[in-house]
Design a protein around this ligand. Structure first.
Ligand SMILES: [Ca+2]
Length: 144
């Protein structure tokens, strides 16, 4: 009997854990444009190579190679995302850029990568895209 109760309690905990994951990784807009994938390589602070193609972080602009802060931003992304399962919420208003890369908001280890890069001063918001982004209304973007 005790074992059954313990099992039941464990199941409830697992359920709460799963639900809290969903809470931190909401899918906004089109559910078909949200998926989990695996990060194969970090190209730079705002570009990830995954098993489902290359992802460009929506609204975020990290320093290019040979620009100041490039390594710092790249290392930050590697620390949280490299060789990990990530949750991808594609920007419904952009979906893919002219190079065929997904434009998205990404969650690594439950953290909103786009937001954390900007908050930590490792990347800037590219305000040119404010009018074309599903995520523009979020406070971290500073779009409005
Ligand atoms: Ca979306």
């Amino acid at each position: 009997m005790k074992k059954k109760i313990l099992l039941f309690i464990s199941l409830i905990f697992l359920l709460i854990l799963q639900l809290s994951k969903f809470y931190h990784q909401p899918c906004q807009g089109n559910r078909n444009l949200c998926f989990t994938t695996y990060v194969v390589k970090v190209i730079d602070g705002d570009t990830l190579e995954t098993k489902n193609g290359i992802i460009r972080l929506s609204l975020v602009n990290a320093p290019e190679k040979n620009e100041e802060g490039f390594e710092l931003a790249k290392e930050f992304v590697e620390k949280f995302c490299l060789k990990k399962e990530i949750f991808v919420d594609v920007d419904d208003f952009q979906v893919k850029d002219i190079y065929g890369r997904w434009v998205a908001k990404v969650y690594c280890n439950g953290i909103n990568l786009n937001e954390e890069l900007v908050k930590n001063g490792l990347a800037k918001v590219n305000k040119i895209f404010c009018e074309n982004s599903e995520f523009a209304k979020e406070s971290w973007t500073g779009c409005y």
